[in-house]
Write a protein that binds this ligand. Structure first.
Ligand code: 4AD
Ligand code: MG
Length: 477
């Protein structure tokens, strides 16, 4: 007898063969109909029990959440909603589930409740759909880069450089906190620590990726990154995954083209390959919308939104143009923004980014050429001496999804910029070496993976698109 997943069973020809399937009971109706799910698809397979043939004690153990093993005949379904079903011959309980205490009852649960039961939440339709999409998106990302001649590079997770993450890094140490070795000045003596120096969890693999771009040409990283910023928002995690391509001989315009092509490709991939899960999440959003006041409803469905991104060009706008638009905007004039924009040089807050994307342009926007002093030291200084070749991509409902730049490739300029913000040259000697030995124009960007998953699934909180979210005061599981 052949064992099948539910997905395989549902696409079988009805040939009355004996099949075998294992999964978890979603519901058991009328002592007769088991809806069985094994995670391979959103759909359940209906397994029909002829209750006269089974022991009552056994039937009682077919409860929501129980793991069971069924053999039976695959037949045409009499009921609506499925073409095939299994006529049960044998039924084994692999693992009981106490219906009194099993948290995932067949009813609507709030996302807050499910976050507290994150170890079981993928047994719901919404979370299994989100996590299958997360998996598909990550595959599509590797596929894109593989098809475009990029090498996958593993940047270190423990880093000895803290130049990029000043102030928001998690320390990595094996010292005993209750008995720290001290230097003569009374500071912690990190020379006694595991690595003989201060080390942190990385905030970005970019600087290391640059070293590989400057030898292998086209590379990307895709790994976890960590930020100890205390932002308790629906878009920030302390541990999140980032995709960082880095390409030699590519300027900012090429960087924008790459980012746009890449984002369209991965979204198109899930539109083409994950229709069932997307349709489910689309419907979920539409139901949620119906309960909202008219003004807060989405003007596009989830699938329309994804197609809109794959089918239209992103709007490319300089920071200076964006500031003009914002300065003259209604919410700015009526002081509806929390941060009023009155001068060139102001940093953009998410309220401004969202105004540009959602109200003004109504499409993804690439903002570029930001003021140097609100962006990182490694960004290429423009000839005007005050802006840098930075780019941020803003998505509707999300805000910033990508941050990137053409890198400063001129040794002297880079040294000056580092000196201006007190980054010692010794700390980034290897990074400076790239500018000493065969420097060249190069660019890259970072895509926040969870923000992409939020966009693709329509989920409103970043905690609901990563298996086990790490946020301030929360590292359960
Ligand atoms: O804009 P960021 O900070 O850029 C960098 O780290 C660059 N080194 C990237 C590069 O050029 N290679 O972060 C990149 C993206 C953001 O646009 C956002 O999508 C995401 O990472 N991100 C976060 N996602 C979740 N939680 C956080 N705390 C995030 N911080 C940034
Ligand atoms: Mg950024």
């Amino acid at each position: 007898m052949q064992q099948f997943t539910v997905l395989e069973l549902l696409s079988q020809e009805i040939n009355h063969t004996e099949v075998e399937v294992k999964g978890w009971v979603r519901t058991f109706r009328a002592n007769r109909f088991i809806a069985l799910n094994d995670g391979s698809t959103l759909k359940n397979i209906q397994c029909v029990v002829d209750f006269e043939n089974f022991d009552e004690a056994l039937l009682k153990r077919i409860t929501t959440g129980a793991a069971i093993h069924i053999t039976g005949e695959l037949v045409e379904s009499q009921g609506k909603g499925q073409t095939v079903e299994v006529q049960v011959k044998t039924l084994n309980i692999l693992g009981d589930s106490d219906p009194e205490t099993y948290p995932i009852q067949p009813k609507k649960h709030s996302f807050e409740f499910l976050r507290e039961h994150a170890h079981l939440r993928t047994r719901t339709n919404t979370f299994s759909a989100v996590m299958r999409l997360r998996s598909a998106l990550s595959f599509a990302i590797h596929k894109y880069f593989n098809e475009h001649g990029f090498y996958y590079m593993h940047a270190p997770i423990i880093t000895g450089s803290d130049a990029e993450g000043a102030g928001e890094m998690f320390k990595v140490t094996s010292l005993d906190h209750n008995n720290l070795p001290k230097t003569e000045e009374g500071k912690t003596d990190y020379s006694k620590d595991f690595f003989g120096k201060e080390t942190n969890l990385t905030v970005s693999g970019q600087l290391e990726a640059e070293t590989y771009a400057m030898s292998l040409g086209k590379v990307y990283t895709f790994g976890p990154t960590f930020r100890a910023e205390n932002s308790n928002t629906s878009r920030h995690l302390a541990e999140f995954w980032m995709i960082e391509p880095e390409v030699a001989f590519m300027d900012l315009a090429g960087n924008m083209d790459l980012a746009e092509d890449f984002l369209k490709y991965v979204l198109k991939y899930v539109l083409d390959n994950n229709a069932e899960d997307l349709e489910f999440l689309d419907k979920r959003l539409q139901d949620e919308d119906k309960r909202k006041p008219q003004a807060e409803r989405n003007d596009m469905t989830l699938i329309e939104k994804l197609k809109f991104v794959t089918d239209n060009n992103f709007k490319r706008v300089s920071y200076t143009e964006a500031i003009d638009i914002l300065r003259n905007s209604k919410p700015n004039k009526k002081k509806k923004f929390q941060y009023i924009i009155d001068e060139w040089g102001a940093d953009l807050q998410s309220e401004h980014e969202r105004f540009l994307v959602e109200k003004h342009f109504k499409c993804p926007v690439i903002l570029f050429d930001y003021p140097a002093n609100i962006k990182a030291f490694y960004m290429r200084l423009n000839d005007d001496g005050k802006t840098v070749r930075a780019m941020d991509i803003l998505f509707p409902g999300i805000g910033e999804i990508v941050g990137g730049a053409q890198r400063e490739e001129r040794l002297e300029v880079l040294k000056e910029k580092m000196a201006a913000i007190d980054i010692p040259e010794e700390e980034l000697w290897w990074y400076l070496d790239l500018r000493k030995f065969g420097t060249a124009v190069h660019s890259g960007f970072g895509l926040g993976f969870e923000r992409l998953v939020m966009f693709a699934t329509g989920m409103g909180n970043i905690r609901d698109v990563i298996p086990y979210p790490r946020t301030p005061q929360n590292a359960e599981f």
